[in-house]
Design a protein around this ligand. Structure first.
Ligand code: HEM
Length: 407
């Protein structure tokens, strides 16, 4: 069935050109890896329905991560461009967080944020396995639970809120993190963009209130952000701008720590449950990394062409978006490179934390898994991401037998 869908989607028109791909189509998200090694395997770039080009070739991606002719700063045509800061909160947030910055501002903000994250990391990571054990021991037994939306999400939120040093209602947090991820997709819908701006403004308000209370905490990201604030001196921020810099980067960390992490927990457990029970291996760090490699949660990241260029014969004018397909590069790459966390100057800062959270949570859940049911599995239609939904898991009670069957 998928093959038919792909053929429809990739059917050729009169000029023999490939139709644009829709990266929000659930079927596309579900099977992008096999698509990348089959129908798209000969292509280096492919046009997208949302506009821009998708770069597919691992060698091209590797080069793009280090070349100066790809920028992270939104183009001047984008609503997120710095000159729109007086109009949109979204543009102010983009101007504060590393994924939308180029040097020299990127270098300053990334250095400060990395220091603040790494200052607590070793100590924090050592406590994650015990937190996972307590969390899983409190989960209901012998009833179907949503694997990602309930089980994985609860642990991801608890852990990352603890790391940042904030307490937020789950519904509020999800509204804020969803708004953050909207910035990474093409913006076409004015009403949705208005909602995104509204949610980002609300996140700033909620986080700022907690930032003030966090000043005496020793072990949160909020407190280490403050501790290393002198690294931001070159930006000449007012006190108010500095607080917003803290809040926007805290929201980035919360968003990364919830959305991609919960999705990865789901993917790891599905991969583990795929094998017959007597052949199931222990969940190790390399098992987690393999699962993330083959079902990359962050499938696509955006860059902007800084000058007019041609990619495999396709014209990319200066200012146009080029999306790097991490999922395709992972599926096609013949060397050992993992593209899942990016490469080069924007490489993920939270990879170590993410792996620790996913590993501890999956190891603990696997010990108690009775049944995983994928009959209603679907994928959230989010541009550039692979976020599974509607898969259930049943945990055995302490005395119960572990059937561990995948249906
Ligand atoms: C499975 C989970 C995660 C995945 C798959 C993931 C993946 C990525 C990717 C692909 C990038 C973009 C690289 C680029 O643009 O070149 C990125 C950037 C980033 N990630 Fe992660 N990430 C994850 C978890 C986390 C966590 C938990 C944190 C926070 C502690 C985090 C913090 C960041 C930051 C701050 C950046 C921006 C770096 C920059 O632009 O300089 N990530 N991540």
């Amino acid at each position: 069935m998928f093959g038919q869908w792909v053929r429809r989607k990739l059917g050729k028109n009169a000029e023999n050109s490939i139709l644009p791909l829709d990266l929000t189509a659930p079927e596309m998200i579900e099977d992008f890896a096999s698509l990348a090694t089959t129908e798209l395997a000969q292509m280096s770039v492919c046009p997208l329905t949302n506009g821009g080009q998708l770069m597919l070739d691992p060698q091209d991606l590797k080069a793009a991560f280090s070349q100066k002719n790809y920028s992270n700063q939104p183009s001047r045509f984008s609503a997120l461009a710095p000159h729109n800061s007086s109009k949109y909160v979204a543009a102010q947030v983009a101007a504060n967080i590393p994924p939308f910055l180029d040097a020299p501002r990127h270098t300053v903000v990334r250095k400060w944020l990395s220091k603040a994250i790494f200052a607590n990391l070793t100590d924090f990571r050592s406590k994650i396995p015990q937190a996972a054990q307590l969390y899983v021991s409190d989960l209901p037994r012998d009833e179907p639970l949503l694997l990602v939306e309930t089980v994985a999400r609860g642990f991801a939120i608890q852990t990352i809120c603890d790391f940042v040093g904030v307490e937020l209602e789950q519904a509020d947090l999800k509204r804020y993190t969803a708004a953050m991820f909207k910035l990474f997709a093409p913006i076409h819908d004015a009403e949705e963009f208005a909602r995104t701006n509204h949610a980002l403004a609300a996140s700033r308000e909620a986080l700022r209130a907690q930032l003030v209370q966090a000043s005496d905490q020793k072990t949160s990201l909020f407190s280490t952000m403050n501790q290393f604030a002198d690294l931001l001196e070159g930006l000449s921020l007012t006190e108010d701008e500095k607080q917003l810099m803290f809040c926007d980067n805290a929201l980035l960390v919360l968003a990364d720590g919830v959305e991609n992490v919960e999705a990865a927990i789901g993917e790891v457990l599905l991969k583990w449950a795929e094998a017959p029970e007597n052949e199931r291996t222990e969940i190790t760090e390399s098992f987690v990394r393999d699962a993330i490699h083959s079902a990359t949660p962050g499938q696509t990241i955006a860059r902007i062409a800084t000058n007019d260029m041609h990619l495999a014969g396709v014209k990319c004018p200066a200012g146009s978006p080029v999306f790097l397909s991490l999922a395709s590069a992972n599926a096609r790459s013949t060397d050992a490179i993992d593209f899942s966390f990016g490469l080069g100057r924007h490489r993920c800062i939270g990879e170590g934390l993410a792996i620790s959270v996913i590993l501890a949570c999956c190891q603990e859940i696997a010990k108690h898994t009775k049944r995983i049911d994928t009959s209603n599995l679907r994928f959230e239609p989010v541009f550039g991401h692979r976020w599974m939904r509607d898969t259930t898991i049943e945990l055995a009670n302490a005395q119960g037998s572990k059937e561990s069957v995948k249906q």
